[in-house]
Write a protein that binds this ligand. Structure first.
Ligand code: ZN
Length: 250
């Protein structure tokens, strides 16, 4: 695949980077990313991946756009209130970049569809506040050796990590969080500022691009935490757990 004149212009600032170059841009255009959750984190994830020229984006989210979303979920608007979030995001992407092929799925990832959805993607990125989806995607990505980027934000803090399952030594989400459930605090009850999810979502999009193009050091075996009040970033190392039933072969 060679870039058109329009694409050379559109992606000029990507291509000027040694870590991207024309080869990297062609790779992005040939890439397929599955984005699960098109909310506060998913908005900047989708926006930056679409702008960067990821060739295929599969968006999965069963929710519709509500007024309380608009304070932070910047891909949605008054015009798309009441519409499925994936359709709303699809409209936004179409207005920005015709290079992106979009699969808009108005449903959640489930046991039944997870293998097909993950199997079609080069990288999966998750930004929902739903632990059951996180555990499900973790086990399927681990099984299919598909890299998974996991972003989270609550209140005035955020977390980010990546699981590079193509490496045998990669820990998984269950190594890091052996137990968690959906009753724990979420944005619905705890509140969150828009720029907080915006920051973590932007970093998640960056992780996806780094993983697709194999440059820099993705947060493999490292958990990045960010405190919005002090603006302090911290990194914590974690390792594969020998007790983990998800990522250890039987
Ligand atoms: Zn594990």
């Amino acid at each position: 695949m060679s870039l058109t004149d329009d694409q050379l212009l559109r992606y000029a600032r990507n291509i000027l980077l040694n870590d991207v170059d024309i080869t990297g841009q062609e790779k992005l255009l040939a890439s397929h990313v599955l984005v699960v959750g098109i909310g506060g984190l998913g908005s900047p994830i989708v926006q930056y991946l679409a702008a960067a020229g990821i060739g295929t984006l599969t968006l999965a989210d069963a929710d519709t756009v509500e007024e309380t979303n608009l304070q932070r979920q910047v891909i949605h608007s008054i015009e798309t209130l009441g519409q499925p979030k994936v359709s709303s995001a699809q409209k936004w992407i179409r207005a920005l970049n015709p290079d992106v092929k979009i699969n808009a799925l108005e449903y959640d990832v489930t046991l039944e569809n997870a293998h097909a959805l993950v199997g079609a993607a080069d990288v999966v990125v998750i930004g929902t506040d739903n632990y059951s989806s996180r555990y499900l995607l973790n086990s399927v990505c681990c099984e299919l050796k598909t890299p998974l980027v996991s972003a989270a934000a609550i209140g005035l803090s955020g977390q980010l990590t990546s699981f590079l399952f193509n490496s045998e030594t990669s820990p998984c989400f269950a190594c890091l969080y052996p137990e968690a459930d959906d009753d724990e605090i979420s944005c619905t009850t705890a509140g969150v500022l828009g720029p907080v999810v915006g920051t973590m979502g932007s970093l998640a999009a960056l992780e996806v691009i780094k993983i697709l193009l194999s440059f820099g050091q993705p947060l493999s075996q490292q958990l990045l935490t960010w405190d919005a009040k002090s603006l302090e970033f911290q990194k914590f190392n974690y390792a594969k757990s020998t007790q983990c039933s998800v990522c250890n072969p039987l």
